[in-house]
Design a protein around this ligand. Structure first.
Ligand code: SF4
Ligand code: SF4
Length: 225
């Protein structure tokens, strides 16, 4: 989600790489689940998140969206595009994956947004850096941890490359959407985009990144090499 804020107001003013140590360690959350209880529609999902959920719990985009009696994801307009996010549990106001013990029931497969928190990303100079959102996570006496350890994502360089490509693709899609004035064409554009990158299930016996690149290469947008 794009945030139009002054980074100096929400961070310590520093930008970090994944090999840097940052003070965000919170003793494995030690009984706290605050940030999983106030999710509203903030946990946007990217195609890698959907792939991970397919691997971890065997659910596809459609099965999560149409889950009976309570869908687990829903669609919403985020920065001008129709994108999926985790759907808050209406009874509890919390993430649908938060279990009764206050733990994440899909910890190993949780979305990138959850892995990142309370870090954010700032995109600049054809890349991105991490920053600490100093007003997030109230845990006291935080300890130092390397960002790559905090994220705990297999093949982080490949994931970071995907993250940048995805960010750039969304930028292009937003611009293209802004140029479409006809409402039915706008709807078709969004539906086609969802189908291409989310709804068509990924083959979990194959690398996500290979499949994402194939879909990207077959996209009609003019994506920079
Ligand atoms: S607010 Fe901080 S300590 Fe609490 S669950 Fe979130 S990351 Fe963990
Ligand atoms: S997916 Fe897990 S870590 Fe993310 S908000 Fe839900 S319960 Fe918390």
């Amino acid at each position: 989600m794009i945030r139009d804020v002054d980074i100096n107001e929400i961070s310590d003013g520093k930008k970090y790489r994944s090999s840097d140590l940052v003070k965000i360690g919170c003793s494995d959350c030690a009984g706290c689940s605050d940030c999983c209880r106030q999710v509203e529609d903030t946990i946007l999902l990217d195609p890698y998140d959907l792939y991970q959920l397919q691997v971890g719990i065997g659910e596809t985009f459609d099965s999560l969206l149409l889950k009976n009696p309570s869908p687990v994801i829903e669609l919403g307009i985020a920065d001008g595009l129709l994108l999926p996010h985790l759907k808050v549990n209406n009874d509890k106001g919390a993430c649908p994956f938060l279990d009764t013990a206050g733990r994440c029931s899909i910890h190993a497969y949780r979305p990138g947004f959850c892995r990142l928190y309370p870090l954010g990303r700032i995109y600049e100079d054809n890349g991105f850096k991490y920053f600490i959102q100093i007003h997030e996570c109230p845990y006291p006496n935080k300890t130092k941890v390397k960002i790559k350890k905090w994220l705990n994502i297999d093949n982080l360089p490949q994931y970071e490359t995907f993250t940048l490509k995805w960010h750039d693709l969304l930028e292009i899609k937003r611009k293209e959407m802004n140029n479409i004035t006809d409402q039915s064409e706008r709807s078709k554009y969004m539906v086609d985009f969802l189908k291409q990158f989310y709804q068509t299930p990924y083959d979990i016996s194959r690398s996500f990144y290979e499949q994402f690149n194939e879909r990207l290469n077959s996209d009609s947008c003019s994506f920079p090499e």
